[in-house]
Design a protein. Structure first.
Length: 221
């Protein structure tokens, strides 16, 4: 299967499996209709807007999503919209499009975190490919966020003493060193250490270290 065919299959899987949504902001009605029809044809939900104000007022769906945004909107700049989105709780990838092909504008948008940038007119398949990857990125980001939430809950289920033991363990302390630092017996340290591994669902110390890094856990002082 060609890469385009693979991307189309992936896009359909994303659309059917996760209720993904693509938002489009463009003051050109024909472009909004064209993109809406294109994305709807592969099973995606699409919401189109003529301005950033309409987009801001719309209730966002809690699902993998991306934003296709025109650089030059009537009375406003797409780059300013990008800045507003980046400064809010919305973290969806942004695919820019422009009829002008301004190089400096492209550079500025990409440096600000734009996912991709297209000059109108663009190939429909290129846009679909970009949407595939943008939605996949957002889906992975959301999964990572959820995993971190669950990881934080596990950490918060530890007692304060278990949290201290975890901090020492990930810092490389031996049980006897931990016992001395906490003024407890090694048996007590082993018990707490076992509880830490169980509650955190850690398969090994390196696994626990990765969890601690994700949580920002520091060695006790």
């Amino acid at each position: 299967m060609s890469s385009s065919g693979q991307n189309l299959t992936a896009l359909k899987d994303i659309a059917e499996g996760s209720q993904s949504i693509v938002y489009v902001i463009d003051d050109d009605e024909s472009m909004r209709v064209g993109l809406g029809n294109l994305l709807s044809s592969v099973g995606l939900r699409v919401e189109t807007f003529a301005s950033s104000g309409e987009f801001a007022a719309f209730h966002k769906v809690d699902a993998p999503s991306c934003l296709i945004l025109d650089v030059r909107l009537r009375g406003e700049s797409g780059l300013a919209v990008q800045e507003g989105v980046s400064g809010s709780d919305l973290r969806m990838p942004i695919v820019f499009m422009t009829a002008y092909g301004d190089v400096s504008m492209t550079v500025k948008a990409m440096k600000a975190g734009a996912f991709d940038f297209f000059t109108k007119p663009f190939r429909e398949q290129d846009m679909l490919d970009a949407v595939v990857h943008a939605l996949a990125r957002d889906r992975n980001r959301r999964a990572a966020d959820q995993a971190l939430v669950l990881l934080r809950r596990s950490y918060e289920s530890l007692t304060s003493r278990e949290q201290r033991v975890m901090g020492y363990v990930v810092a490389g302390f031996l049980n006897k060193q931990i016992a001395a630092a906490m003024n407890v017996s090694e048996v007590t340290v082993k018990t707490h250490r076992g509880q830490v591994m169980k509650k955190m669902a850690a398969r090994s110390v390196p696994d626990l270290v990765r969890m601690a890094d994700a949580l920002g856990v520091k060695p006790p002082t």
